[in-house]
Structure formats: C-alpha cells, structure tokens
Design a protein around this ligand. Sequence first.
Ligand SMILES: Nc1nc2c(ncn2[C@@H]2O[C@H](COP(=O)(O)OP(=O)(O)OP(=O)(O)O)[C@@H](O)[C@H]2O)c(=O)[nH]1
Ligand SMILES: [Mg+2]
Length: 305
Amino acid sequence: MMMLGPDGVGKTTLLATMYHQLSQTDNDSPFTLMATADTHQDLQAAYEKLSTIMTQPTFIPTGPLLKGTAGIIERQFQLLFNRKPELDLIFCDIAGGILRAEETNQDVIDFHNRLSQATVIINVIDGSALVEGDSNLANSKNEPQLIYELLSSRLQADKQPHLLLFVITKCEAWLRNAESQQQLEHAFEIQYEAMIELLAEMTHTVAVLIPVKTLGCVEFTHIGYQNQVKEMIFVRKPNLPFQPDNTDQPLRYALAFALQQHNQNRSKWNKLMRWLWNEDTAFHHALVQFAEERQKILKFMAMRL
Ligand SMILES: Nc1nc2c(ncn2[C@@H]2O[C@H](COP(=O)(O)OP(=O)(O)OP(=O)(O)O)[C@@H](O)[C@H]2O)c(=O)[nH]1
Ligand SMILES: [Mg+2]
C-alpha cells in the first residue's frame, strides 16, 4: 500500500485517523487489523498529538504530524481472521518532499521500487486547495500532473490489478451538504481530467474518490499570506468536537481489495484445507460483510472502470 501526495496534504494524519477509527468501530467483525508494536506506538502518538491540538481554541498547523518522518516509513500491520494471522500488510508513508526530489536521490529510487510493488495506491489530496486555490496554489499543494506522470507509467507497465484511492482531506467545509460536495467532486473532475481519462483505458485498475473528515472540527475559511506565501487558512469550530469521520472507508477499501487478491492467489493445497474445514465459506461471507460496510456511511463517487 503506497500513500502518495506532496508534503502537508495530510498523509500521516489520514493514516493515524484511519487506523484509530477502524480499531474503534469493528469489534464484531471476524477480521482484526493489528499494528506491529512500532506502528501502533507511532500512530497512537500521532493520534494523541492531534487530540491535544484539537483541545486548543485556535487551529495552528503543526507542520509534519510525526517528527522524523523523512524518507519512506513502513507502517506494518497484520490482518487476522478469527484471531489467526491471514495477511501481512505494509503501508508506505512517504515524506511528500520525495515527489519533487532529484531522481538520483536514494529515497527516490526506493520510492519508485516500492511504488512498483504496491497493489493499493492512496493519493491524498488537499481539498481546500482543490476547490479554492488558484491553479498555481492547487498545483503546488497537490501536484496532479506529477501524480499523473508517476501513475501513468506505473499502471500502464503492468497488468496486475490495482486499486487507486483518491482521498480528499481538509474538506470539512464542503461536506456540509450535497451541493457543496458536488463542488468538491467537480473540482476534482476538472483538475484530474487527464487522470480520469487514463483510468478509463485501464482495465485492471479500479479507482474510487473518497472525501474524508480527518479532524471534523476544522474548516477552511480563506486564503491568506504566511511569510509572503499564499496559504490556506483554517478555523477551529468551537461548537464541533474532534471527530474523524469516514476515515475508515479508505482502509476498508484497501483491506477488502488486498484480501480479495490474497484469496484468489491461495495455493491449491491451502484451498483444499480451507474447504475441508469449511473456512472458505466463512471467509467469503465475512469478506462480503466487511466490504459491504464500505458503502453505508457517506455518498461518494465511485468510478468503476
Ligand atoms: N485543516 C486540516 N488540516 C489538516 C488535516 N490533515 C492534516 N492537517 C494538517 O496538515 C499538516 C500536515 O499534516 P501531515 O499529516 O503531517 O501531512 P503529510 O502529508 O504527512 O506531510 P509530509 O509527511 O510532510 O509529506 C499538519 O499541520 C496537520 O495538522 C485536515 O484534514 N484538515
Ligand atoms: Mg507525513
């Protein structure tokens, strides 16, 4: 699993809130997502830091959520089915600066290697820049052209199935009603037109657009200047709680996709054993149930191509 997006779009915040939200909501599913000790500690620390920031009356952007997230950080998870290890998963959280670094940089070489191995690619997009930024600002925050170039060579190069998630953060202000949400989708369609056209030709890639609330209580207000550079300015809504919403959705998509791939790739022996123990039906049933949870919460645009 590869997290993609320039610095500051909210990749690490998304990872921390997705992990937290899924672990809070899924007690009755036979699937459990376990983080390794380091991943758990780091993401928990990130979540606690966010909680603390959200107790402040004004919202001050924190800079990178986790210090020292330079290069590529592997976040390791294990998915259990009925408490037995089923699948190991690695989420690669990159420092967004890698996208603009020199091709000869070792981190960039590593990044390309890992991208070529990723089955699920999560492009995190700053929704406030997407809707309100002029073209320079929107491009510099989200770099849709860079992402397009990376993915077009990547997705055309191999025929393996891929899941591509466009996750929009910092978009609380547009998730208030259907009309403003449409505005968000429309901005995406315009700025990612080339990408959408590319996806229309890809028979092995499924793409989904998912707006999320990683904070829930911070909204975009206007574009201001910080050190003479245009910046998106947000305000802490005093009447709203810190409450990530919909952040479990990208994780559900990613996990359901990975599980389905994994299920199709089992060896014959493994399939026979599972059949003997009647695990196959139970697994399939649980997977369908888990996957169905994807669509209950919020309307989003799914591009099944
Ligand atoms: N308003 C708002 N701010 C957010 C949101 N998510 C993250 N931020 C802020 O954006 C900044 C960057 O967040 P990170 O999660 O560290 O971004 P990143 O994409 O991991 O950045 P790099 O690791 O530098 O590539 C922090 O100041 C966060 O507080 C969001 O949903 N809304
Ligand atoms: Mg980060």
